[in-house]
Design a protein around this ligand. Structure first.
Ligand code: IMP
Length: 421
């Protein structure tokens, strides 16, 4: 019996898609627990590139069932796009995709609000309506998948919500109003299209767990973007940390058998917010170009810097990381020296804990240790012993600092470019 959580241990974009795809081979079910179409998981299989936003990356393996859990916020337009795109590539969803009837829907007004609010807040969101959808969820005024099943009640709820939001658009933003009839018609049509996938995923997952199925619980974004434990307010509006897996799927904490932290061999961040190890120089520029660090969802260039082990140790603590998958090690191939941040100084004093407040994080001075690079390609490496000594030392340094073993490491974008420890 195995129920493992996959978490992004940094600011997202650690390469979770490829890892989930790989670990799916040892799984019966892959279940996504939070976020929405703000995520972008890229997997390259046999030269074809797949970018998934909502559907778990496990869908690329035919024998596996994929679940979109109650903690996810679902944009029908993005979901239908994704289903159609995958089906056009020969990947069938029938009987393999299950969507929680408790998941909340992203409505057109959420996307509009997200974009309008950005002009005041400047979080650098993806503009996919994530924050406003979670606001309505916690305000108890959200519309859930289950509401699609009762046409009359859906119409009533939608009309009420759109009237209320339209007032806001008019008064606060002087923005155009949404058409109630058009939106109602669109969502009723959406109901028809996804009807076959809607189910009680909580009961499904609990039965699967109890009958000994192997479950992989997939988080989106990363721990440092968690609404509670991340660099608030520059965070996403959900709980990417491992704790979110239980609430986002309805599985009990006692089911969990391990937490796999996905760690990129250096650091990146998209959007605004503190990033102590950011390098605004030619090294940062090189990390971006060699790592192709451009957002899979928005295409934005990612901010880049050295690996922040101080932040990572905090992330490992909050998530309870039991093993690490280290990704994109090959991006560091040609750096003669590689920096790792082992602590922060604030006003001349070494900090004991990762700061919870953005002002301190903005002012924190990262303390670096420079480690020797390996200056060679990792393309042909398939085992631990194939790796150059400097690469092994780099990995061992990370393990000792963070207190968790690296079990797999990525040496290129392809499915087969993985070293198993
Ligand atoms: P939101 O999730 O669209 O509300 O955006 C909030 C913050 O999370 C912004 O800084 C985004 O750039 C960041 N973010 C959201 N999704 C991802 C992701 O999948 N990878 C990396 N950053 C993300």
């Amino acid at each position: 019996m195995s129920v493992k959580i996959i978490v992004g241990a940094q600011w997202g974009d650690e390469g979770k898609g490829k890892v989930v795809d790989m670990l799916t081979e040892q799984s019966d079910i892959v279940a996504r627990y939070q976020g929405g179409a703000n995520a972008g998981h890229t997997i390259v299989v046999g030269g074809t590139k797949y970018v998934l936003h909502l559907i778990p990356s496990g869908i690329l393996h035919s024998g596996v069932t994929c679940v979109i859990g109650n903690g996810v916020v679902i944009d029908p337009v993005a979901l239908m796009d994704e289903i159609r795109r995958l089906e056009s590539l020969g990947i069938s969803m029938t009987g393999r995709l299950k969507i929680s009837h408790k998941a909340h829907l992203i409505m057109p007004y959420h996307k509009l609000l997200d974009q309008l609010q950005e002009s005041d807040q400047k979080i650098g969101t993806t503009g996919r309506g994530i924050g406003p959808a979670y606001i309505d969820k916690y305000n108890r005024s959200g519309i859930r998948i289950v509401d699609l099943l009762d046409r009359a009640s859906l119409e009533e709820k939608l009309r009420r919500a759109i009237a209320q939001k339209n007032e806001w658009f008019r008064k606060v933003y002087d923005a155009p109003e949404l058409d109630v009839e058009k939106t109602v018609a669109e969502y009723l049509e959406f109901d028809k299209q996804i009807d076959e996938y809607i189910t009680d995923t909580t009961s499904y997952l609990n039965e699967a767990w109890r009958s000994g199925k192997r479950l992989l619980l997939e988080g989106a974004q990363g721990a440092l973007l968690d609404v509670d434990h991340g660099t608030y307010p520059f965070v996403t509006s959900s709980s990417p940390t491992s704790g979110g897996a239980c609430t986002g799927l309805g599985l009990p904490p006692t089911a969990i058998t391990g937490v796999i932290g996905i760690v990129k061999a250096y650091s990146t961040r998209v959007g605004n917010g503190p990033f102590p190890t950011e390098l605004n120089d030619e090294v940062g520029e090189r990390l971006r170009s060699e790592g192709s660090e451009f957002g899979a969802t928005t295409g934005r260039p990612r901010r880049c810097g050295w690996l922040d082990l101080f932040a990572l140790r905090y992330s490992a603590m909050v998530n309870g990381i039991t093993e690490i998958v280290l990704t994109k090690l090959d991006v560091l191939n040609n750096f003669p020296q590689i920096g790792v941040c082992t602590g922060y100084e604030l006003d001349g004093r070494a900090l004991k804990y990762f700061p919870s407040e953005c002002g301190s994080l903005e002012r924190a001075q990262p303390q670096y240790q420079m480690l020797p690079g390996w200056n060679t390609s990792l393309e042909e490496c398939r085992t631990w012993d194939d790796l150059p000594a400097a690469a092994r030392d780099y990995i061992t340094f990370i393990e000792n600092f963070v207190g968790a073993k690296v079990t797999y490491l990525g040496t290129g974008p392809g499915r087969e470019q993985i070293v198993v420890r």
